[in-house]
Ligand binder design. Structure first.
Ligand code: ADP
Length: 239
């Protein structure tokens, strides 16, 4: 019965998310058109439309993340695993993070081993991007963000550390729960869905990898993913 209930819950979430996709696309399309019509920055409509635009986009991100989560829950492990060019993916994400940082002028450094990882490219990219973009989101301006990928006797390790706001210790064990947020007001206003770390946890499980989190309030956070040695592609490849 528990198994069946779980299945019903999963199907329900997947169906609702799927059904919401089209109406949201239509709403978002009209809101964008209307925003284009109201050029006048001081028009009272302009603020309402900007806010509607932000919120419809947020709903779209939530629906996308929920669909990704239900796909992760339903698709068998190990499908289409292939060598993934981690160094190239990280270089591209570091560039994106610099764009995202914009006026916050973070110092974003990347140090990456040449080796690749056996896995699912899109899923691993979503792990890397969720952790990197969180660091950008939760680090005040001019903070430092370090992205590292290295291999040792224990396996492959991907780490993002930041000098951001940090996380009180009591929240750390619950961070990977769906919709769990330390400061929900802040996460929402920054456009967070509260689903990023849940996705990270699922993808890592599917790659027999683990996540460790260290954080000190006001000092910064460090998220590290540990992949087993068998997943590291030893011979060097060209991206
Ligand atoms: P969100 O979309 O809210 O960022 P996540 O699942 O990615 O959702 O993260 C869950 C919560 O963990 C966030 O709301 C935030 O409170 C906290 N968090 C995640 N990464 C960091 C970080 N690098 N620094 C501080 N807090 C973080």
């Amino acid at each position: 019965r528990v198994h069946l209930l779980e299945q019903t819950r999963r199907d329900f979430v997947a169906n609702v998310s799927h059904e919401l996709r089209t109406p949201l696309t239509v709403l978002n399309g009209y809101v964008e058109t209307l925003r284009g019509e109201v050029d006048d920055e001081i028009s009272p409509w302009r603020r309402s439309l900007d806010s509607m635009h932000m919120q419809t986009q947020r709903m779209q991100r939530i629906v996308q993340d929920l669909l990704l989560l239900s796909r992760l829950e339903s698709v068998q492990n190990g499908q289409r695993h292939e060598p993934v060019p981690v160094p190239a993916i990280l270089a591209a994400l570091a560039e994106e993070a610099r764009d995202l940082s914009g006026d916050k002028q973070h110092q974003i450094d990347l140090q990456a081993d040449n080796r690749w990882l056996q896995g699912h490219a899109d899923e691993l990219t979503s792990v890397f991007s969720n952790l990197i973009f969180n660091a950008v989101q939760y680090t005040p301006e001019k903070g430092r963000i370090a992205i590292r990928w290295w291999v040792d006797a224990q396996g492959g390790h991907f780490q993002v550390s930041d000098t951001g706001i940090g996380i009180p210790e009591r929240h750390i064990p619950r961070l990977t729960e769906r919709f769990y947020r330390v400061d929900s007001g802040r996460s929402r206003s920054e456009g967070g869905t509260g689903l990023g770390l849940a996705i990270v946890k699922y993808v890592l499980q599917r790659h027999q990898a683990t996540l460790s989190i260290k954080s000190t309030v006001g000092v910064g956070s460090e998220f590290t993913c540990h992949f087993p040695s068998v997943r590291v592609v030893e011979q060097l490849r060209q991206a």
